[in-house]
Design a protein around this ligand. Structure first.
Ligand code: SF4
Ligand SMILES: [Zn+2]
Ligand SMILES: [Zn+2]
Length: 307
């Protein structure tokens, strides 16, 4: 039986660091990583109003619990925001987890939906126009509502539960696509480039997905295990499989990719991110061009629908 360095029975072997960890040391190490990411990158300041985007999955609910814990030691306001994309059999199952967690933690919850904001559920969008795949519409629509709703709530930071696996996949996908514009937007803290833009923070980005699952189970955090029915985008699946295979052969690959990216981030940010972004002439939200991607997509859907 392997032992943790504290003398207790180990329940987890962290391959990338060679450590055997007991329950307590494992949980402490995860919370420390979360806290250090915030402290080193100055992600939260005193008197910030942090809006935590929650979905009912493990990442966002672990993040909400950790932020609540941090709030008792550090003064900031905390709210939760959930988006109902309108995915039958999926979102309706995960929403009760969000409601229960917010009630238990005493965190005010705000809800928005695609249907209410755009007139269509994601299921309806995919039936009308699926040229780009569900995730493209979902990503653009969700980012738009997250930003707008966070601002309406009075948020000064938008916290998202992206983990190490998500981050390393996005970095590699952007690299393989040659998408340099997005390279300047994947960092720890996407800089404030528009008065209506709420800066996004990702305090879990250095924690592997499987460690977040274990942390949630150990901490008794209930979450929805179901995966979104649209989740399997071929390109991301290939990148995920490649990174998992590399991690298996060379433990630490995902951390190395993230660290390399972070070292290069100031250059990407300087070179490829505009100093300020435009304002959409239709909806008034921050946008790369004069008509934002969300308004462009809504126009396409309406055209397809014939009005
Ligand atoms: S998998 Fe795609 S469609 Fe499903 S919630 Fe995520 S981005 Fe949206
Ligand atoms: Zn221990
Ligand atoms: Zn717009």
């Amino acid at each position: 039986m392997q032992q943790c360095s504290c003398g207790h029975r180990a329940i987890y072997f962290r391959r990338y660091s060679g450590q055997h960890l007991c329950k307590r040391c494992f949980s402490r190490s995860i919370f420390k990583k979360f806290k250090d990411t915030i402290r080193i990158n100055k992600l939260i300041e005193r008197d910030d109003h942090v809006v935590c985007g929650v979905s009912g999955g493990k990442d966002s609910l672990v993040l909400l619990h950790m932020l609540k814990d941090l709030q008792s030691k550090f003064q900031f306001e905390l709210s939760a925001l959930v988006i109902d994309e309108g995915i039958a059999g999926y979102r309706d199952v995960s929403l009760p987890y969000v409601h229960r967690a917010c009630k238990q933690l005493g965190v005010p919850l705000h809800t928005r939906s695609f249907k209410e904001a755009y007139g269509y559920t994601l299921d309806e969008v995919t039936q009308i126009e699926d040229r780009l795949g569900a995730c493209s519409y979902c990503g653009v629509f969700r980012r738009n509502i997250l930003n707008q709703a966070s601002r309406e709530i009075g948020g000064t930071k938008l916290a998202l539960g992206h983990n190490l696996d998500d981050e390393s996949q996005v970095i590699l996908m952007n690299m393989l696509r040659g998408d340099m514009g997005r390279f300047g937007r994947t960092g720890t803290f996407y800089k404030d480039v528009h008065p209506k833009f709420i800066p996004r923070i990702k305090p879990l980005r250095e924690i592997p997905e499987k460690e977040l699952v274990l942390y949630a189970v150990i901490s008794g955090i209930e979450f929805d295990f179901e995966e979104c029915p649209y989740a399997h985008e071929a390109f991301r699946d290939d990148v995920r499989d490649f990174l998992n295979d590399m991690e298996q052969k060379r433990p630490g690959t995902k951390h190395t990719l993230l660290k390399t990216y972070d070292k290069l981030f100031p250059i990407f940010n300087e070179q490829f991110t505009p100093e300020s972004i435009a304002t959409c002439k239709r909806c008034g939200e921050p946008s790369i061009s004069t008509l934002c991607k969300k308004c462009e997509m809504i126009d396409d859907i309406k055209k397809k629908k014939g009005y």
